[in-house]
Design a binder for this molecule. Structure first.
Ligand code: PLP
Length: 375
């Protein structure tokens, strides 16, 4: 059996090696390393795929979030509501910009931000909500957009984990994740669903003026060459990464389908086990399974992880600590308001999930989990 990894980037690369190598070598030949034609073409390709008016490439997904907040002209102490259960980058950028993060609970079944908790957290200082489409499934955007409209709030979708997912609105229309809010952001970190071979990110919007601002901010606040109208940053997607992404984007839907097939296999294997809850698939979103995350309800999650490690089955705890309890972002909180997050911290375990899992590996993984849970 092929060695099991959380993410197998090498096997995926070998399947597209000749075309990717060719594309990368072309960039080398052209020497257009920064802002070359590959960057512009990828930007256009992604706009088309997402059906969004503007894609602004940048250096990584964390920058994308920071630049999105900068473009909205938020002021120190403005409040930004986001989930207590997510990767730290989401809340890090809020603090970097001296804004105030208001962390709220998530839903137990979907792992995404609780719309009830958002409503309770809104104050006159609230300016924005950052829903995170965690583990590959959209947060409840229809409800979030409704709340945002009612309270005149910006919505920034952190779409680093769900590129390619579709959100279904109750009127029968659908939109791609990341294209529903004021601004959407994503990451092309190698292990993401659309990953490059280094760092990369992008920002999405349909708004003409915001797109202009975003393009200026990523480029030192420069709207006319060597005229700096505001303090910006330097955040670029380089041409080599864009060339890789251009070759991978046409495969994104089939990559996500391969992840869903692996998730189906896992779901079937664990169905009906009283100590294992499989990830819920919400009816309003497709799931692109950035992670396949179980909830282990018998209190033995950590022992399961150890048992699997002995069998050379990697499994990860995303995430072990609530953001509100991290040293950098510590905030006083009433545990009654974080019942789901606190439960998830003790129960979640993510199994290997990538595009290259084969049946032999999935059989070995699921048998390993069941052996421990039913023993
Ligand atoms: C990966 C990730 C980011 C940050 O992306 P980088 O490209 O690593 O900076 C932000 N938010 C979430 C939810 C992520 O998973």
């Amino acid at each position: 059996m092929k060695k099991i990894q959380m993410v197998d980037l090498q096997s995926q690369y070998y399947k597209i090696k000749s075309e990717v190598d060719h594309a990368v070598l072309n960039v080398m030949d052209s020497a257009a390393f920064i802002n070359g034609p590959e960057v512009h073409s990828f930007q256009a390709d992604l706009q088309q795929y997402l059906n969004v008016k503007y894609v602004v490439p940048c250096a990584n997904g964390t920058d994308a979030l920071q630049i999105a907040l900068m473009a909205l002209d938020l002021q120190p102490d403005d409040e930004v509501i986001t989930a207590d259960f997510t990767f730290a980058a989401t809340v890090e950028v809020i603090h970097l910009l001296k804004l105030k993060s208001v962390l709220v609970d998530v839903d137990y079944d979907t792992f995404t931000i609780s719309t009830e908790a958002i409503k309770k957290a809104i104050t006159p200082k609230t300016k924005a909500i950052i829903p995170v489409h965690l583990f590959g499934q959209c947060a409840n955007m229809e409800e979030i957009l409704k709340i945002a409209k009612e309270h005149h709030l910006y919505v920034i979708e952190d779409n680093a984990q769900a590129i390619g997912a579709d959100f279904h609105f109750s009127d029968g229309t659908s939109k791609k994740s990341g294209t529903m809010g004021t601004i959407g952001t994503t990451s092309f970190f190698p292990s993401k669903n659309l990953g490059c071979y280094g760092d990369g990110g992008a920002i999405f919007t349909d708004d003409d003026q915001l797109a202009h601002r975003l393009r200026g901010i990523v480029n030192h606040g420069m709207y006319e060459r060597y005229y700096h109208d505001e303090v910006g940053v330097n955040s670029r997607l380089d041409s080599i990464q864009a060339a890789v992404l251009r070759k991978k984007l046409p495969n994104l839907d089939s990559y996500n389908e391969a992840r869903r097939k692996a998730a189906d296999y896992y779901d079937d294997a664990f169905a009906g086990n009283e100590n294992i809850l499989t990830p819920k698939r919400a009816d309003y979103s497709t799931h692109v399974f950035h992670q396949y995350t179980l909830r282990i309800t018998n209190g033995k999650r950590n022992e399961l992880q150890k048992y699997l490690a002995e069998k050379e089955i990697p499994a990860m705890i995303y995430y072990p600590v609530a953001l509100r309890k991290q040293k950098a972002y510590y905030q006083e909180s009433d545990p009654k308001n974080f019942v789901n997050t606190d439960k998830l911290l003790d129960e979640v375990i993510s199994l290997p999930m990538h595009t290259e899992l084969d049946e032999e590996q999935m059989k070995y993984i699921t048998e390993g989990v069941l052996e421990f849970i039913t023993s």
